[in-house]
Design a protein around this ligand. Structure first.
Ligand code: S3P
Length: 175
């Protein structure tokens, strides 16, 4: 039985923030794949991109996601590009309820600000960059089990919507 909650979506969609709220609410473990990558490599995401390149980053990301297959009762906040890989999508869909935090580019741009710490945005207008990313990735994000929109909602409201969905799907047992 699928017993994890997996959050997908682009940078700025709120995966880590909302994930933290859900994990606290349920008393589940919070796993953030970007943080696991930083722990494993001992490098920050920007340094990893700069020194080893995106291909290397994606390989580590794959390994980390493969390593999640035994997890249960975890809220997993994925990196925005994790869904690009078919193997990643298969693992994530196999271990829990995958929820796409759908957000419009303008709102993403506001939340991202200058894009510090996000190598794919360096030197670009965040709204233009996320619009392009979404165009290329929407198809993969849509392969989630469910979609929750985040525009105009607080992290607590988004977390509540995700939890309600998960209860309906039987991922969270009623106490
Ligand atoms: C990426 C998103 C980032 C991080 C890396 C690449 C992407 O994660 O994994 O910079 O390809 O969209 P967040 O979505 O948590 O910012």
């Amino acid at each position: 039985m699928k017993m994890n909650l997996i959050l997908t979506g682009p940078m700025g969609s709120g995966k880590s923030t909302v994930g933290r709220v859900i994990a606290a609410e349920l008393g589940w473990e919070l796993l953030d794949t970007d943080l696991l990558i930083e722990e494993t490599t001992g490098l920050s995401i920007p340094t990893l991109f700069r020194e080893k390149g995106e291909r290397y980053f994606r390989r580590v990301e794959q390994e980390i996601i493969q390593g999640l297959s035994e997890k249960t009762k975890a809220v997993i906040a994925t990196g925005g590009g994790a869904v690009l890989d078919e193997g990643n999508r298969r693992v994530l869909l196999g271990i829990g309820l995958v929820i796409y935090l759908k957000t419009t580019p303008v709102v993403l741009g506001k939340r991202i600000g200058r894009g510090d710490g996000r190598p794919l945005l360096t030197g670009k207008d965040p709204v233009v960059a996320v619009t392009e990313l979404l165009k290329a990735r929407e198809l993969y994000y849509q392969q989630a089990d469910a979609v929750v929109t985040t525009d105009g909602r607080t992290p607590a409201q988004i977390a509540e919507a995700v939890i309600m969905l998960a209860r309906r799907q039987g991922i969270i047992k009623e106490d």
